[in-house]
Write a protein that binds this ligand. Structure first.
Ligand code: GLC
Length: 679
């Protein structure tokens, strides 16, 4: 039997030749067979559990063409034993692109070691509203920031010849109604707010795209030829393949293939035999099938024939180096929101007894238990981390706080208190009908009543109290914020979260994370959100752009986070070349300890002749500074990133006006130096 000469080290030209040969040799049945996942239910029956292996699709055995093998993410490879990192929202708060690329590399290595070559762990949907159940799976509310993170993880994963999947394309930002909701959206909002991060990932070479369940402008995303054919494959020149989301991401054979969906996952329901029949009846032109097959084979071969930089033995899975990085990430992502009278860091030499209270104090809580769940047993809880850190030096008293009176008595009897409260996978996460324990989305943005009562009771008797929040996005804190001296946003911080938390509480690590979203004072300050809705309009403004436009003061602004040291900014200056502007600023550490600062650059559009946000993030950099050290931080912005999308002539336009340039430590005006530049 003839087999193609498929081997390591093939050039792109050789791959193209092989794919053409394959297309000539394949039967229609074989062609449609490559266009779906296969054996999914058989494997599920065998395993009794979802996500414990890589799921195959594509491939032509007769011709030596390997299948793609899918595994989920994004807080780690979902196959059991993999390193469990902090969730992407936490990593978004690290603003550390190099670190994200390293995380991507680890995920790539662990995916390979477990037989996967297609990684569904790059979720970059925009955080439009903090109640979104899967907020934790994305990186934040700002398209520029999310795009940088998405591109970084993709670069890392793909270094190990794993095809990355960016998901869920597009406008997927409500969980419970994700299977039906129709998102109405203007052209400008789509182009400027909901798509730039996808475009960024495609430009960086992302191999595959997963279409979303929801509809955009009346058409399911898996059938949406405007999104898939016109924009993604047409305008952006995407040459990889698009696969559907898993439960009902494809609902119609002809609509799917005409719309531009190449692969139906996880099995052939509308493709397979139905697609074969539709071609035979002349309802679907063969060239559409050939185009999809070409994309699938080319992409799979490009990745599977590339020489590997490493060998991927099973001992890389969850190895010490990877776990160590998971801790570093957790440390860099926690955000100190309040630290009155410098309560933190706690000094072990001055504390005899510390109480660790709250229902999450000793809970192995890594967030969502849906497709993003990483089955990892070795999870350090906050209590364990604190005990590991203090050893015999400090007496640790643990209480879940179920009986408020007892918790209060404990709080009264100790030197300091840590209250650990917030959410679990039951409160927020992916909604899977008949399986999920909750609704996916949150129905309330505040802490639960019992958590608030605990905070009240404790702060009445002990002023040395820090509240540690666990969750995937904004929590409204107005009811109790004023009573607590210190607040730390700790996120779902992965398998090493407890150790990372202790290192921050006791000052081994100086906190440096900054919010990748705005925390409002009131739910009324957010865009309209309804988890049961059939149709919703996504407006041009959300998050900080909305609050700035409407002059609303947030509880904590986008980009905000404190440190145990202080930084000062001086001497903003801007240079301009044909392609870009370069903004320099001198940043000094004026406190007593070393730290890392996240410098943010925003562009202001007040002189625009069209309606635009007050300002938009257009660059950021993490910089480490010793006490008394000053560094000049230089951030570049491409001139094309000043553009707005003109829906009349369908082009990106850069206005020749004066723009404001802001640089500083958060999006709050008081935290920014400013200057102007004319383009
Ligand atoms: C889903 C999710 C998607 C995931 C897929 C496979 O329903 O929406 O993110 O990758 O299933 O588990």
């Amino acid at each position: 039997m003839y087999k193609l000469n498929i081997r390591k080290g093939m050039t792109e030209e050789e791959i193209d030749v092989a794919v053409n040969q394959a297309l000539n040799m394949m039967t229609l049945k074989e062609k449609v067979a490559t266009m779906s996942g296969n054996n999914f239910y058989l494997l599920l029956l065998k395993d009794h559990k979802f996500g414990v292996r890589a799921y195959p699709g594509g491939g032509v055995k007769r011709l030596n063409i390997p299948p793609f093998l899918f595994t989920d993410g994004p807080k780690g490879v979902s196959i059991p034993g993999s390193t469990c990192f902090p969730v992407p929202m936490a990593r978004g708060a690290s603003w550390d692109i190099l670190l994200e690329e390293k995380i991507g590399e680890i995920m790539g290595k662990e995916a390979r070691a477990q037989g996967a070559n297609l990684f569904g762990g790059v979720c970059i949907n925009l955080l439009r509203h903090p109640a979104w159940g899967r907020a934790q799976e994305t990186f934040g509310e700002d398209p520029f920031h999310i795009g940088e993170f998405g591109a970084a993880i993709i670069r890392g994963v793909q270094k190990h010849n794993v095809m990355a999947t960016v998901k869920h394309y597009a406008a997927n930002s409500i969980e419970y109604s994700r299977f039906k909701v129709n998102v109405q959206i203007s052209e400008r909002t789509l182009r400027e707010v909901y798509l730039p991060h996808f475009k960024r990932c495609i430009e960086d070479g992302c191999a595959t795209v997963m279409s979303a369940y929801n509809k955009v402008r009346g058409e399911y995303c898996g059938h949406n030829s405007y999104l898939l054919r016109d924009i993604l494959k047409g305008e952006w020149g995407f040459d990889g393949f698009v696969h559907s989301d898993w439960m009902n991401g494809l609902r119609d054979t002809i609509k799917g293939i005409s719309g531009g969906l190449d692969v139906e996952m996880p099995r052939a329901k509308y493709y397979g035999r139905k697609l074969e029949k539709a071609v035979k009846l002349g309802k679907v032109p063969l060239n559409l099938v050939d185009d999809s097959v070409r994309r699938i084979l080319r992409t799979t071969l490009k990745f599977t024939t590339k020489e590997d930089p490493l060998k991927y033995d099973s001992d890389v899975i969850g190895c010490d180096d990877h776990v160590k990085l998971a801790r570093e990430v957790a440390e860099k992502s926690m955000v100190l929101l309040k630290n009155q009278d410098k309560l933190l860091p706690f000094n072990m030499d001055e504390i005899d007894t510390i109480a660790v209270l709250g229902h999450l104090a000793d809970k192995k809580n890594t967030g969502d238990h849906g497709s993003s769940h990483v089955r990892q047993k070795n999870i350090i809880t906050p209590l364990q981390g604190i005990k590991n850190s203090v050893g015999n030096k400090v007496n640790v008293i643990h209480n879940e706080g179920n009986d408020i009176d007892i918790a209060q008595q404990i709080a009264q009897s100790v030197d300091s208190v840590v209250v650990i409260v917030g959410y679990t996978s039951k409160d927020e996460g992916e909604y899977i009908p008949h399986i999920s324990k909750g609704l996916g989305d949150r129905t309330n943005l505040t802490l639960k009543e019992d958590d608030i009562k605990l905070i009240d009771a404790v702060t009445k008797v002990n002023k040395k109290c820090v509240v540690v929040l666990v969750g995937g996005s904004a929590i409204i804190m107005e009811e109790w914020k004023g009573k607590v001296p210190s607040i730390l946003m700790a996120w779902y911080s992965g398998m090493e979260g407890g150790n990372a938390l202790a290192n921050i509480l006791f000052g081994k690590v100086n906190p440096s994370g900054k919010l990748p979203f705005t925390i409002p004072k009131d739910q009324a300050h957010l865009p309209y959100f309804d988890i049961y809705i059939d149709e919703i309009e996504y407006g041009y403004y959300h998050g900080y752009t909305l609050m700035e436009k409407e002059n609303i003061d947030p509880a904590f602004p986008f980009g905000f986070g404190l440190s145990y040291t202080e930084y000062s900014y001086k001497n903003i200056r801007v240079e301009s070349t044909d392609e870009k502007i370069i903004v320099n600023v001198d940043v000094s550490n004026i406190g007593a300890i070393a730290g890392e600062e996240i410098v943010q650059l925003y562009v202001g559009f007040e002189n625009s002749s069209v309606d635009r946000p007050i300002k938009l993030l257009r660059g950021f950099k993490r910089v480490s500074l010793n006490p008394n050290e000053t560094k000049t931080v230089s951030i570049e912005v491409k001139k094309k990133d000043f553009a707005w999308y003109n829906p009349d002539n369908r082009v990106w336009e850069v206005e020749n006006i004066e723009y404001a340039i802001y640089i500083g430590s958060s999006s709050k005006n008081e935290d920014l130096l400013t200057t102007q530049i004319s383009l």
